[in-house]
Design a protein around this ligand. Structure first.
Ligand code: NAD
Length: 268
């Protein structure tokens, strides 16, 4: 793929979208090819401002994808099915970081991956993936430990537990050779809240402007290990998404994960 890589941002008016716009503008590796906002948005047709606040990018906010090398999506679950089919129609690789997806959205991404490269990631920071590897190892070694995951995010976050908390829970479950769905418990309100052996518990805290904090506790008699990760800001996720998109744009059709990207990067 020629460089700079032409990026289409889907969800461009959102918090992550704005972070990506700024990074594309400040980079000679990436150029902004499209800035997609939700249908009906008042921003449609408006010029996308340069990150410095002066000048313009030459791109206008649009409700359709247009041309580019790769789409980076941070939007809402309800946008995913339509986005996946548009990417297939336009033969555009798709990286989605949108969380809270249900069965229909996951199926749409899988279906699209028969025709285009698709990567979905609950978290595009490399640090979280190292954290998951540590969690998996600890859970495998400490088979009987009680595992609880506490996550904190900004007050506007819509889904809970966070996609990253579930990803870390999956790492813990797979370390034990188990399926998270059989072990997961979200919150402990009510009378029947005593811990059941083997559960992986999730607790969500919402407030302020926290970009994302995750703490995995492994507790057993008289001891406790805590493995935690904190993101200071959203630039971490945006930078990760751009690096991954750069790799994804050169892959054949298929369904990819951050682990594929990490393996490919380590091997090169
Ligand atoms: P946000 O609410 O600030 O932005 C979402 C944007 O998507 C909004 O501007 C909304 O209008 C827009 N949108 C909705 N439907 C659309 C459509 N059909 N077409 C185009 N745009 C549409 O949210 P955010 O903080 O930017 O986060 C977005 C998503 O990314 C959430 O699911 C969040 O959990 C997730 N997220 C993932 C990571 C990661 O590393 N994977 C990091 C941060 C956030």
């Amino acid at each position: 793929m020629s460089r700079p890589l032409k990026i289409v941002i889907h969800g461009a008016a959102g918090r992550m979208g704005r972070e990506l716009l700024a990074l594309c503008h400040d980079s000679d590796q990436y150029s902004l090819a499209g800035a997609v906002v939700r249908p009906g948005s008042a921003r449609e047709g408006e010029a996308v401002p340069a990150s410095s606040g002066s000048g313009a990018t030459g791109v206008r906010f649009s409700t359709s994808l247009g041309k580019g090398d790769v789409v980076i999506d941070f939007s809402l679950p309800e946008a995913i099915e339509s986005l996946a089919s548009q990417c297939v129609s336009l033969s555009l690789p798709l990286l989605s970081g949108t969380t809270g997806l249900g069965a229909a959205e996951n199926a749409a991404l899988k279906q699209a991956s028969r025709h285009i490269p698709v990567l979905w990631a609950a978290n595009t920071s490399i640090g979280v993936h190292v954290t998951a590897a540590l969690v998996k190892q600890a859970a495998a070694t400490l088979g009987q430990a009680d595992i609880e995951i506490v996550e904190t995010h900004h007050r506007e976050k819509l889904d809970a537990p966070s996609g990253t908390a579930l990803f870390l829970g999956e790492a813990a479950a797979s370390g034990r050779g188990e399926d998270l769905a059989q072990r997961r418990i979200d919150g402990r309100a009510g009378a029947q809240s005593a811990r059941v052996d083997g559960q992986i518990g999730f607790a969500s805290v919402r407030g302020g402007s926290v970009a994302g904090e995750h703490r995995v506790m492994l507790l057993w008699e008289d001891e406790r290990i805590e493995i935690s990760h904190a993101s200071n800001n959203r630039r971490v996720f945006a930078n990760g998404a751009l690096s991954v998109a750069s790799w994804l744009a050169d892959q054949p059709a298929g369904m990819y994960s951050m682990a594929d990207w990490i393996d490919a990067t380590a091997a090169s």
